[in-house]
Write a protein that binds this ligand. Structure first.
Ligand code: SAM
Ligand code: SF4
Length: 331
């Protein structure tokens, strides 16, 4: 009997060790940031210069897209502090196979960039805003201009994005009393608020989602689970219906979302990480600079995904010890 021909490593599907199909790439385009959020950016983290060029991002995305990646999210650090972010986004959006390009941002540069990024092909923004109070913002982030965030959000609302989400990391005793106000703020602007359990990358005490939902319901807010929507998005958020719109909860600590994982990450130094809580694997940047072909890159990607763990282990004691800071991985 003759052996079957070797499979082209560039041909979809892109499967991981658990047989899950990867369709979503999270690309950290910088590990630098103009904010210093206490839960994300340790004081000792200096960041490095941006290592990958727009052409190198394009090359990485083109290989992933040929392998079956359909959605790309640009994150960081703060992606919009890259002077070439509009070019990076445009090159990625133009790749055959890429259906959606999204960005996660702290909004500080959106006042000038919301429209150019939309025109470059970005369709979705996740905007991080943990508080409506400048004094509380100052407790959370040592740097950053609060007024520019609010102006940036208004610019995004006016720029015609298909989806705008407001990400809130909830910290006990810091911003957990503001959850109702943040829901109202987001819904008034046509945004979907999402509340995230604090993961152990920096300072602060998390509030479990179940407690948050109970507290909201005890204020008289009607919150009805919407599991159909979850099945549709396959992301980590669970959505509920409130009178003003959807409310999402992302619960890495109390509702492990790893079972349906479809995502792969490339950190800002070009290292592929198959899991948010895992170690660096294929050094894609070094491979590109070393002259690897697309097929060789695809093989390295497949090999790394062959080691993708079933899930993260943030609940285990000392979970943060071996990890890069969040701003190097990109959330
Ligand atoms: N600078 C951008 C921003 O803040 O949106 C993008 C990068 S940031 C690392 C991506 C997301 O991770 C943000 O929504 C942020 O709130 C979230 N994040 C950072 N550290 C976190 C932590 N320790 N636990 C949960 N979420 C975290
Ligand atoms: Fe910067 Fe975003 Fe991290 Fe805050 S959460 S320090 S804005 S990367």
């Amino acid at each position: 009997m003759t052996a079957p021909p070797p499979r082209d490593p560039l041909t979809p599907p892109l499967l991981d060790a658990q047989g899950r199909t990867m369709t979503y790439l999270r690309l950290s385009v910088t590990d630098r940031c103009n904010f210093r959020c206490t839960y994300c950016s340790p004081a000792s983290w200096g960041g490095k210069k941006d290592l990958l060029s727009p052409e190198e991002f394009e090359r990485i995305v083109s290989v992933f897209a040929r392998m079956g990646i359909r959605r790309v999210r640009l994150t960081g650090g703060e992606p919009l502090i890259r002077p070439d972010i509009v070019e990076v986004a445009g090159r990625i959006a133009a790749q055959p196979g890429v259906e959606r390009v999204a960005i996660t941002t702290n909004a500080s540069h959106l006042e000038k960039l919301a429209v150019p990024l939309r025109e470059a092909g970005v369709t979705q923004l996740n905007i991080s805003l943990d508080t409506l109070s400048e004094a509380t913002f100052r407790r959370i982030s040592k740097q950053g201009d609060f007024a520019s965030i609010l102006r940036g959000i208004d610019a995004a609302v006016g720029a015609g994005y298909a989806s705008l989400k407001l990400n809130v990391v909830v910290m006990r005793g810091v911003n957990d009393a503001e959850v109702s106000d943040l829901i109202a703020y987001a819904h008034a602007r046509g945004m979907t608020p999402r509340f995230i359990e604090l993961m152990p990358f920096g300072q602060g005490t998390p509030v479990p989602t179940a407690e948050l939902v109970e507290r909201l319901q005890s204020t008289g807010l009607s919150l009805v689970p919407n599991d159909e929507e979850h099945a549709d998005t396959a992301g980590p958020a669970r959505y509920w219906r409130a009178p003003g719109g959807r409310v999402g909860f992302i619960s890495p600590l109390t509702q492990n979302f790893c079972g349906g994982c479809n995502r792969v990450r490339v950190a800002s130094n070009g290292d592929l990480r198959s899991c948010l809580g895992g170690r660096a694997q294929a050094p894609l940047h070094a491979l590109i600079r070393g002259g690897s072909t697309d097929a060789e890159l695809a093989l390295a990607i497949r090999q790394a995904l062959g080691e993708k763990p079933e899930g993260h282990r943030f609940n285990e004691p000392g979970a943060n010890k071996s990890l890069l800071p969040m701003m190097g991985i990109g959330g």
